[in-house]
Design a binder for this molecule. Structure first.
Ligand code: ARG
Length: 581
């Protein structure tokens, strides 16, 4: 589906080269939304400066050479030299009709597919997932789905924190409790926060335990089979818990996507060796460090990335460097997108810089930290439970579903469903509300977790969008035909029909932008704009009671494209759309 903006940009570029010579064929035509037309080309102003001519004359010249055939219905030069462009109704209708007939709604798969690692969720083993992980999980899953739809080869990568010194004390604590406690699903093990804190307390207070724990770390790193087996018991308890949360959320991650820190353990030494061989890693204060250029501390002193601690141990940065090296050398990726909290920004900047020094990241491979802002409570502080503790994700989601039930029962009066159907709808509403709220905000800004605002059937919310889709489905049910039976032809006469159709043509561009920037909020906003255009259409243009059969057929077709755009868009965001509500 050609985005109107791109189609007009191409036409204006052709006019530019016809009027001023072929060197202008790639000039930016500066297409912007316009108050007075569908779009505006503002290129005449900068160009006039360059040519030393009056902007209005330059605009007139462009218009004289503009090929309007089939696409543009009206061109006006206004103000100092803005070119206002109005698209032809027939062109819009024709493109909407093409979308109706196409499986992919007219969005082409990319001609330049990339292998993209989308690294997201990445919780820590033997620790509760927190709201920060909720956000990286939801946003990352949307990015993965969007890039996949665009035709890229997406590798989902869950970089769980499953390695390091804490595992010594965790394993010893497990032995103290008895392994069968884990097998029984005893809460002393399955309540991860309590388990971790109990191990920590013993480590701090009991010298004998601390000694055992340290010996256990050495055994783990040496690959002692019995220690590895115990470590696996812990990893499995956590995996079960992660999968429970992923299931509640409807996230596409599976066990196969887990490539935790432990996976890179054997690659740490060769990675460090290569950095030493290349003269990038040097000893400083007993530790092996790299000093990427441009990173300095408060006093202007160069900042290190510590690659091997003075006690000989490797750390988080070493693992991230080994990961990049592996992805480039072994997985041959073109792009890596890290969906991780904003507080780790400096870490990633410095790690990427070291990887560039080592030659692992060049111009052909891009590494991006897709930053995730903090989740705040309604009091504006980091989200906590009333008792001040960390919010448990599974409980938070259960509460969302419960609250969605109350709101739903209040607004829902058209249909009555049996208990199971109602429960399924309410689950979709609650989870959809949380996910959409998260996705509709730019991922790098903080966002306030507010149940009342997100679970509302009005405003920019998940439930509003789900309801818009359900409302269209109910029109088809009442009309006695399936959405894919609507054939058109689409004819645009009412302004609300035209506005809706024009909005529908922007799907490809919204996806493209969301994928290129790894910013799902661009798609979230687009889907909302579609629902909004549909609401205006719904209020002004009767469908089943249209004045004549041709109008009815056209409006049903518009409804069908709208429904598919909404459900596809929401699906790519990971927001479910119930059949009925
Ligand atoms: N496990 C880390 C945490 O919970 C996030 C890991 C992010 N990914 C990475 N490659 N460092 O904070």
């Amino acid at each position: 589906m050609p985005d109107p903006q791109l189609v007009l940009a191409a036409r204006v570029q052709d006019a530019l080269s016809a009027a001023f010579g072929p060197s202008y064929a790639d000039a930016d035509p500066v297409i912007r939304p316009s108050q007075f037309a569908d779009l505006q080309a503002n290129v005449a102003l900068p160009l006039a400066k360059k040519l030393g001519r009056k902007p209005r004359d330059v605009a007139d010249e462009i218009v004289k050479h503009l090929d309007t055939a089939g696409v543009v219905a009206d061109v006006q030069v206004s103000g100092p030299g803005f070119i206002n462009l109005t698209l032809s109704d027939d062109w819009i209708a024709g493109e909407a009709q093409r979308a109706l007939r196409d499986d992919r709604l007219g969005v082409p798969a990319t001609g330049a597919p990339q292998k993209v690692v989308v690294e997201y969720s990445s919780p820590n083993v033997a620790k509760e997932m927190h709201v920060g992980h909720l956000r990286t999980t939801i946003v990352g899953d949307a990015i993965a789905r969007i890039l996949e739809f665009l035709g890229h080869h997406v590798v989902r990568d869950n970089h769980v924190g499953d390695w390091g010194t804490p595992f010594g004390m965790l394993i010893e604590h497990l032995l103290d409790l008895g392994e069968d406690a884990a097998a029984r699903g005893d809460s002393s093990v399955s309540d991860l926060t309590a388990f971790y804190q109990a191990a920590r307390a013993k480590f701090d207070g009991d010298e004998e335990f601390a000694d055992r724990s340290r010996r256990r770390v050495v055994a783990l790193q040496a690959g002692d089979p019995e220690t590895l087996r115990l470590w696996n018991v812990l990893v499995d308890v956590s995996k079960k818990y992660f999968n429970h949360v992923y299931g509640l959320l409807g996230v596409t991650l599976t066990d196969d996507d887990i490539k935790g820190e432990s996976f890179y353990n054997d690659l740490l030494a060769p990675t460090v060796q290569e950095l030493e061989d290349k003269g990038i890693a040097v000893i400083s204060d007993g530790a092996l460090c790299a000093f990427p250029p441009g990173f300095t501390g408060r006093e202007g002193e160069p900042l290190p990335v510590i690659i091997r601690k003075s006690d000989g141990g490797y750390n988080y940065s070493t693992t991230d460097l080994a990961t990049i090296r592996y992805r480039v050398d072994t997985e041959h990726v073109d792009r890596m997108v890290y969906i991780v909290g904003t507080p780790q920004s400096l870490h990633f900047q410095m790690v990427f810089a070291v990887a560039r020094m080592a030659g692992w990241l060049g111009d052909e491979v891009s590494a991006e930290h897709a930053q995730i802002g903090n989740v705040l409570g309604t009091d504006g502080k980091i989200l906590r439970t009333r008792a001040g503790g960390t919010v448990k994700l599974a409980e938070l989601l259960d509460e969302a579903v419960e609250r969605a039930g109350a709101v739903y029962d209040e607004v829902q009066h058209d249909e009555s469903f049996d208990d199971a159907t109602r429960a399924a709808i309410v689950r979709d509403v609650g989870i959809g509300a949380v996910k959409y709220a998260d996705l509709s905000v730019a991922r790098d800004s903080e966002y306030v977790f507010d149940f009342d605002r997100m679970i509302s059937f009005n405003g920019k919310t998940g439930p509003y969008l789900q309801y818009a889709a359900a409302r269209i489905r109910s029109i088809f049910r009442k009309g006695g035909l399936a959405p894919d039976e609507a054939a058109g032809p689409i004819v645009l006469t009412e302004p609300a029909e035209r506005a809706l159709a024009l909005q529908l043509l922007g799907f490809g561009a919204a996806l493209e932008q969301a994928g290129a920037t790894a910013e799902p909020h661009r798609l979230a906003s687009y889907v909302y704009a579609v629902a909004d255009a549909y609401t205006t259409f719904h209020e002004n243009c009767p469908v089943l009671k249209a004045p004549d059969e041709a109008t009815k057929a056209s409006r049903l077709a518009l409804c069908a494209v709208t429904l598919r755009t909404l459900t596809t868009g929401l699906h790519l965001l990971g927001v479910p759309t119930p059949e009925r509500m």
